[in-house]
Design a protein around this ligand. Sequence first.
Ligand code: NDP
Length: 321
Amino acid sequence: MSKTIEIYARGVLPPRLDSRLDAAFTLHRDTGEMPSDAWLAEFGDRVVGMANASFSPLGAALMDRLPNLRIISSLGVGYDLIDVAAAKERGILVTHTPDVLNADVANYALLLLLAASRDLLAQDAYARSGRWARDGRAQLTRTLEGATLGIVGLGRIGRTLAKKLEIFGGPILYHGRHAQPDVPHEYCADLVAMARRCDALILLLPGGGATDHIINAEVMAALGPDGILVNVARGSVVDEPALITALETGALGFAALDVFAEEPGIPQALKDSDRVILSPHAASATHQTRQAMFDLTADNLIAYFTDGAPLTPVPECRDML
Ligand code: NDP
């Protein structure tokens, strides 16, 4: 690889990713959402690649300030914050890090589902507080054995999760835009009707305009007072104010949330609720999986600048190769 290739690091790169890119390229680090005018004047037209580790929107305004940018290698599988159409119009390829995180994200969804159904945090609080000794046994919780479980978004991670959910022995339903011929589970085109049949819904679909607030008050009411909502997808897919109301009124039983509408902000009403488990967007956050994600982010840039063929372009950019 050549140090004459100049790469812009958007957001704070984790040390492993930073050092791999630093070894291969000339790396410009900038932690702001938009580089300064002075920086852009000096380096803007020299940058040909970007490593994106930021959780803020990336649109045409920045792309236009980097006129020779050819590739954005984004850390993470979700790329809803990147304006891919604008990138394509400018001849910029976008890559992401699919598959390497399937198992750990599915495991985390399963963990949240189990913790929600057995009210694990309340059990922990009960044991710590001394109430067990004072007041006797804790309240009973719900079983997942035989439960009807619905996956919204049966993609790479959703399919991995579906296999793990088979241990409970109940029906597994899924919703998406298409029925999938090669899976043994029942497809439900109508999300509300599916929610009505489910004991829990697990969200594993992309964020972005097409899925914004797809989980609305009607879906939550259909899931019902004993229903569990697990969101490991994106905060934007859930109508958060409607979620808060549904939890407060008892229209929805419980929510286990790894993602939020305004991260890292979490509405106080969710923090105050004892019907919620909160997690700081940590579903893929194991040492092993993050290392694989960092490496794939670097490898996409290295492969592109070696032979023009990045390993994992986003589907919309495959026709650019
Ligand atoms: P995939 O693209 O493999 O799967 C996405 C699924 O969502 C597909 O089955 C697709 O089915 C469905 N889908 C897409 N658009 C819609 C729509 N408009 N309405 C209904 N369903 C839709 O993605 P992955 O499984 O790799 O990842 C899923 C998402 O999980 C990511 O986009 C990301 O947002 C989130 N994620 C969160 C993490 C975390 O840390 N919490 C970590 C990793 C991922 P169909 O085409 O039939 O509609």
